[in-house]
Design a protein around this ligand. Structure first.
Ligand SMILES: *Cc1c(COP(=O)(O)O)cnc(C)c1O
Length: 355
């Protein structure tokens, strides 16, 4: 089914002429390059960084396409997933006029990015067990609703969202459905990327920041129809992914075995952390997790958070977030880190709360 994005786009984006960079106009790798005002001698560093990188990251996309079973033309790469989120607002949402729907508790960046772009956010909370209220979501849609953001596995709750519910949104909402799969590598759930050929209004986000251990390099992926990727490519800053990032990730992808081994270790540690916390009387609830963190409910969570910091153990305080009252979000660490965390928690409760 062909999906026409044009009516969804902001009018000025439809005919926008993108910047054509020097490396757009000539794409060969050999030659005397006197086109981009670069330093011809090299760099002051040991490694040379004097040439502008490939603006469309074609070598890297070819490898990502293989491991993700998509076509290179269905891939957009951003300076973190956050860049893709921002570009979606800029392409589709008219400031002061359009709106997007978010499903709290969820990743904070959707709302921040909406705010930066002066776009209204409509909030339709998840259920008590962090699933979608699909009827209410569809009721919240009006003719100015451009995007619904779904996060699965969800941050900060950790659960996966029912597939049929997401599918219903994709089928019944005629704007864009973004499925943020930042934690998919820790889940047994198949990616929504296999539905891309069917649905032109679907965009799936993944990242190298979590399972791949490359957060500092800043590389986020968006998978969508060729038409959608073309739009993102037209409005992105020309050289948004550094050459160092492109080269490093290209090498990393050839090491899938190592990633899989690290994921297996993290899942084992998640189980360990869960089992150890389940033994603690004061722990009220450990939410089921398909991610590399646990959302845990405990009395006086806000205080416990502060006391943990005194011990130089930093977790994420979600205790004031709707549906996460008295909850901390704990990233899975190494065995030693997890043990240190459990010991500190026991000590805090014994000393501060006499439990
Ligand atoms: C961590 C995270 C991301 C990743 O962001 P990057 O900018 O790629 O590092 C995206 N979405 C969610 C829900 C996350 O938790």
């Amino acid at each position: 089914m062909k999906f026409d994005l044009t009516p969804l786009l902001r009018p000025h984006i439809v005919d926008l002429l993108p910047y054509t960079s020097a490396r757009d106009e000539y794409t060969g790798k050999e030659g005397i390059f006197l086109d981009a005002n670069e330093n011809p001698y090299g760099s002051v560093t040991d490694q040379d960084f004097n040439r502008y990188p490939d603006p469309y990251q074609l070598d890297l996309k070819a490898e990502i396409a293989k491991i993700k079973q998509v076509k290179p033309s269905q891939i957009f790469l951003g300076n973190g997933s956050d860049e893709a989120i921002d570009l979606l607002f800029r392409a589709f949402c008219n400031p002061g006029q359009d709106n997007v729907i978010i499903l709290p508790p969820t990743y904070g960046m959707y709302e921040v990015s909406a705010g930066i772009n002066d776009v209204e956010t409509r909030r339709v909370p998840l259920t008590e067990d962090f699933q979608l209220q699909t009827d209410k979501i569809l009721d919240a849609v009006d003719q100015h609703t451009k995007i619904i953001f779904v996060c699965s596995p969800n941050n900060p709750s950790g659960n996966k969202v029912n597939r049929e519910d997401i599918l219903r949104l994709i089928q019944e909402f005629h704007g864009l459905v973004v499925v943020d799969e930042a934690y998919i590598d820790f889940s047994d759930e198949p990616s929504f990327t296999n539905l891309l050929p069917e649905y032109g209004n679907l965009l799936v986000m993944q990242t190298f920041s979590k399972a791949w251990g490359l957060a500092s390099l800043r590389l986020g992926m968006a998978f969508a129809s060729k038409a959608m990727i073309k739009i993102l490519n037209r409005i992105k800053p020309p050289y948004n992914i550094s050459g160092l990032t492109q080269e490093t990730v290209l090498a990393a992808i050839k090491n899938v075995d190592k990633v899989n081994a690290m994921i297996a270790d993290m899942l084992q540690e998640r189980d360990f952390l869960k089992e150890e916390m389940a033994k603690l009387d004061f722990v009220e609830k450990i939410h089921p997790s398909h991610a590399n963190f646990l959302l845990v409910k405990m009395p006086n969570a806000n205080h416990v958070y502060d006391d943990l910091i005194e011990e130089q153990i930093i977790v994420r305080n979600r205790s004031k977030v709707q549906l996460c009252e008295d909850c901390l979000r704990i990233s899975v660490g190494t065995r030693a880190e997890n043990v240190a965390f459990i010991d500190a928690l026991k000590k805090i409760y014994a000393e501060s709360f006499n439990l």
